[in-house]
Design a protein around this ligand. Structure first.
Ligand SMILES: [Zn+2]
Ligand SMILES: [Zn+2]
Length: 95
């Protein structure tokens, strides 16, 4: 099955369900987004569940965060079939 990531739009990727409002903040019944593992990790590395519940509970808001914008630019260039590991702001440049 071909899946598309709701955040970066890459395909085909394996997606996992992300609760836009974390379950412990009452989001169990709420909206979810299907995210590739890279995006999903990135979001949880960047935001605390508290912040997700308070403000970053829509894809638009997530995408609007400056660090997410940088991340999106980068991730769109990555091969969706290749597993990428996200590390906090560590992108080695130059060869
Ligand atoms: Zn993604
Ligand atoms: Zn999640």
């Amino acid at each position: 099955m071909v899946e598309v990531c709701d955040l970066c739009g890459r395909s085909p990727v394996k997606t996992t369900e992300h609760h836009l409002v974390p379950k412990q903040y009452g989001g169990a019944e709420g909206q979810t987004a299907m995210l590739c593992s890279a995006c999903h990790h990135q979001i949880h590395a960047l935001f605390k569940n508290e912040e997700l519940a308070a403000f970053y509970h829509t894809l638009e808001r997530l995408k609007d965060h400056p660090d997410m914008r940088k991340y999106m630019k980068w991730v769109k260039k990555q091969d969706p079939e290749k597993k990428i590991t996200t590390r906090k702001s560590n992108r080695r440049k130059g060869k």
